[in-house]
Design a protein around this ligand. Structure first.
Ligand code: G4P
Length: 531
């Protein structure tokens, strides 16, 4: 229990949303409150700096998406908050899913005009899988959005989670007057572009208070009274226990761009959001307050700094204390490693750190030792589980365009797939290299990076596969026979595990029925359960 004090003050979370719902804007406002940045626009301009600094990032700039996952840390009311940014583009969804394995809770931003969108749905599925506690922020109330009750109903129904309104809006669009805080019964009047703070909240004794009529006008005051009666009647008090179990999501209404409704959400967040949690491993559950250090790599990023060609592995600390220059055990490689320049992140500015505690994310310079999911410990042999590779959905054969650069191409493919950009398969019995991704854009990124970083040029040839499943069996002969018989439809992944490449759902179902002794897995997790 040595580090209890450090653990108690840490909150590690991610903001997730469909692109354009306002994630970046909200992130920026959080950083302003935390004093981590001084001016509005800093997050965006920081992005631009990043794009200009690296050729790879130029792709992002052109596409207008954020590929990189960065980590921002700031202090707020005595708490140390680690905010993990996630790419919004769906082609990089796998990256986001893995980042979600490294957080203890999330804030989900929903655009009040568009309601639940495709990415909102997908991301929430991942949260539901892990029972991650969620706070919902309904953004852009300054625009004419959907009816507030309809929005709540839509989110509950589509995302399959109970919502618990913590604030309630008074109109929207040009008639938006503010929000009523259901928790501390105060009224926050909307003013555009202000740094709203507690002093601006108008306390009211109860809803009958005539201050409401004075401030809102009789019509809107009456509307609010009716709404609140209805909402209170249905929802009652928030059960923090249900929130922590991922069953109920507190909801706030606001406008990120106008800095409205954010502070009260942040205050609630630090009051109820979970501390760093215990996590399952291949051997046992590991809890943050254990004396010995452990952590896992959830993300690897290349060339964040154009001056260095190293990669940076992002390590989530799960227990004990991470220390600079101390030897830790790299479980997969079964060797001891130490780090002389571990970094913490504030957006792109990195600071060397001496130590880190559960909940923190540390950036480790890597020259090829790490893969996604790798575990570091103080000697014990276990893997953190639940950091899966998902079965990809688009497959292409890599065709080498420059035989003189074969070695570079192979090296590049291995390193890029270690980063989790894509998965690499080798067709059974042959040498055909097949890349599997979740999105088309990733192929372009791979092609570009192979050329820029490794000097290797390649083309891709589409493959008629629909899904890759890892296959296992208690009967080694049956598995071997299956692989041989299916020939071009089987492959090995980078770790030598057998994979079945199905042409269609029909083929997949048929093979499953015809081969009851073979198990088909949709994530590669299965291979990590024992060390
Ligand atoms: P994202 O990271 O989720 O993709 O969204 P981002 O914050 O970049 O916001 C997307 C757009 O929505 C931005 O406008 C942003 O200014 C706007 N926005 C964010 N919050 C609000 C809000 O509360 N009200 C309104 N009306 N707009 C909001 P943009 O035109 O795409 O970019 P910019 O020119 O403002 O940078």
């Amino acid at each position: 229990m040595k580090y209890q004090h450090e653990i108690q003050k840490r909150r590690t979370f991610a903001i997730i949303s469909h692109p354009d719902a306002g994630k970046t804007t909200l992130t920026e406002k959080f950083l302003l409150f935390g004093g981590a940045i001084q001016t509005a626009g800093a997050v965006k301009s920081n992005k631009i700096k990043k794009f200009a600094a690296s050729d790879f990032m130029e792709i992002e700039r052109q596409r207008g998406i954020s590929v990189a996952t960065s980590v921002m840390s700031f202090e707020y009311n005595g708490m140390l908050i680690n905010l993990l940014d996630t790419p919004g583009h769906k082609d990089f969804a796998e990256d986001t899913y893995r980042t979600l394995t490294a957080v203890d809770s999330v804030i989900l931003v929903v655009d009040s005009v568009n309601g639940v969108e495709e990415q909102t749905r997908r991301l929430m599925e991942v949260c539901r899988m892990r029972a991650t506690p969620v706070i919902v922020f309904i953004n852009k109330m300054d625009r004419d959005g959907k009816n507030r009750f309809d929005l709540i109903e839509e989110i509950e129904k589509e995302l399959n989670i109970h919502l618990h309104p913590m604030s309630w809006p008074i109109n929207s669009g040009k008639d938006f007057k503010g929000v009523y805080n259901l928790y501390d019964k105060s009224l926050q009047l909307f003013t555009a572009n202000t740094k709203a703070n507690d002093e601006d909240a108008i306390r009211i004794s109860d809803l009958k208070d005539s201050v409401l009529d004075d401030r809102l006008g009789e019509k809107d005051a009456a509307l609010l009274r009716d709404d609140v009666e209805l909402v209170d009647g249905v929802h009652g008090d928030l059960s923090v226990k249900d929130y922590l179990a991922g069953q109920v999501a507190p909801v706030f209404f606001g406008s990120a761009i106008n800095n409205f409704g954010i502070k009260e959400m942040l205050d609630t967040f630090i009051r109820i959001a979970p501390l760093p949690l215990c996590r399952p491993t291949s051997a046992r559950e590991v809890c943050p307050d254990e004396d010995k250090f452990s952590g896992f790599v959830f993300k690897i990023h290349a060339n964040l700094d154009p001056k260095h060609r190293d990669r940076i592995a992002f390590l989530r600390v799960c227990s004990g204390k991470f220390e600079r220059n101390k030897y830790f055990h790299h479980v997969r490689l079964d060797k001891d490693v130490r780090f002389s320049n571990p970094y913490t992140f504030l957006a792109r500015d990195k600071d060397v750190i001496e130590s880190a505690f559960p909940g923190d994310v540390v950036g480790l310079f890597d020259t090829g030792n790490f893969k996604i999911g790798d575990t570091l410990t103080e000697g014990e042999n276990f893997y953190f589980t639940g950091i899966p590779s998902f079965s990809p959905e688009i497959f292409k054969e890599v065709v080498n365009k420059d035989p003189m650069k074969t070695k570079q191409l192979e090296k590049g493919l291995l390193q890029l797939t270690d980063e989790g950009v894509a998965q690499l398969f080798t067709q059974f019995g042959g040498n055909k290299k097949i890349i599997g991704c979740v999105g088309e854009l990733q192929f372009e990124v791979i092609q570009y990076r192979l050329l820029q970083e490794y000097g290797a040029s390649c083309e891709f040839r589409a493959q008629p596969f629909y899904k890759a499943c890892w296959i296992t069996s208690n009967d080694a002969k049956k598995l071997d026979d299956f692989a041989r018989f299916k020939g071009a439809n089987t492959a090995t992944d980078k770790d030598g595990h057998l994979v079945y490449l199905a042409q269609s759902e029909w083929f997949l179902n048929t093979e499953r029925q015809n081969n009851p002794d073979i198990e088909f897995h949709f994530t590669s997790e299965i291979h990590k359960e024992t060390v």
